[in-house]
Unconditional design. Sequence first.
Length: 256
Amino acid sequence: MTHRFVTTTRATFHNELRLLRRDPFCVALLVCFSLGLAWASWSSHSLWREFAIRQSERQADAREAWLSQSTKNAHMATHFGQRVYKPISPLTGFDHGAVADFGSTIFLEAHRQSTTTNNPGRDKIHINQDEAYSPAVLLQLIGPLLIIVLENASISREKQGGTLSLLSSTGVSWPAVVTGKGSAVLLALFIVATPGLLLFAIPWFDPNRLLQPPDLLIREAAILVTLTAYFVGWIGVAILVSVKSSSTTGSFSILI
């Protein structure tokens, strides 16, 4: 049973990839998305890299100002206060998260509690405007649309060719067929998502990286696992609706 399942899954997987490569519309769609993601990745990385450099320069200036104060008394020095600038995570270029919604600096002073200020979203570099084009946001929004189009096209080919009813009559394991089809689409998605995922490699070559290798590896693995689970969920829904629907247009409308 296990051998038959693996054989069916492998055959379906290779067949789906072959048909996908021969479909000019799907290929053009994937190429356009990959190019758009590449532009978003470069833009997002450059934007946050510039902001991180400015934060570092501001912190150095604030530290120099605190050290050069006139008083030498330790207690009085705490009343002088010092502004602290939040460092930017090396993975912010891929996923901004809530960084742009909170302050990026806070003033530390004895006997007083301050709140964060300088919201990056209100900075001159207009982070909030570019946040919609971050790689993570594009994958979360456009990824499901690609899955719907690809899976809907796959099931449509099966229905039009009459192979869907033929598979049902031969007793082929449906879980194996679904696994093969889903795996092919998942692989295609991660291939076109390569420009965005390349941002994961940049922090490893930064000599002044903020995160240590174990911490960085755990964070990147968590993002990849979450993204994979997100895509797998959409693939399952897309296949289920496409198979159960009586028409291609109906299933596409339901999924959209």
